[in-house]
Design a protein around this ligand. Structure first.
Ligand code: 4NP
Length: 167
């Protein structure tokens, strides 16, 4: 069986992280994978997502996130897992959604090299430049899920541009 975490000799590997791994980070994973395919970069970048907590391990993304994603042509179908220290060895870049995620992931870092891999999603924004977080939509309504998708689409456009420069 294919190992979800195995690097398939890509140029680069990216892990998206949020609190529960059922709303923001699986959406980032799904959008990124679609954009990599559309840009002919799918074999160059390995993408995965994980959560800080373990409450939803094994779950599909939140039904609301899937509905909002489907309306924009995405299929968010990953299964939630919890981040672990070994992810610092498997991934070149660990992209978090907010400052709490940032602090939590950095608390797992073993050294400065690990910490240097951790970046906020908002660093890659263009249209929404200036925002600091991709806000947690879990306890909110439809607008929160739409904002997550708007921010992720913007940031992933920025990431794809960077990857094209590296590739
Ligand atoms: P996410 O949203 O971090 O974007 O996946 C959340 C999902 C679940 C919970 C919190 C945030 N929760 O508390 O269960």
């Amino acid at each position: 069986m294919e190992n979800k975490f195995e690097k398939k000799s890509p140029l680069f590997s990216i892990l998206f992280v949020c609190l529960g791994n059922i709303c923001r980070s699986p959406a980032a994973e799904g959008i990124m994978k679609q954009q990599l395919e559309l840009n002919g970069l799918a074999d160059k970048v390995f993408v995965d997502s994980a959560g800080i907590g373990n409450w939803h391990v094994g779950d599909l993304p939140d039904a609301r996130m899937r509905v909002h994603g489907n309306r924009r042509g995405y299929d968010f179908c990953s299964r939630a897992r919890q981040i672990k220290r070994a992810d610092f060895d498997r991934f070149d870049l660990i992209i978090v959604m907010d400052e709490d995620n940032y602090d939590d992931v950095c608390s797992l870092a073993r050294n400065e090299d690990d910490r240097a891999k951790v970046h906020l999603m908002t660093e890659y924004l263009n249209r929404y430049k200036g925002r600091r977080t991709v806000p947690d939509p879990y306890y909110g309504g439809d607008a929160g899920f739409e904002l997550v998708l708007d921010l992720l689409e913007d940031g992933i456009e920025g990431l794809i541009k960077l990857i094209k420069e590296w590739a």
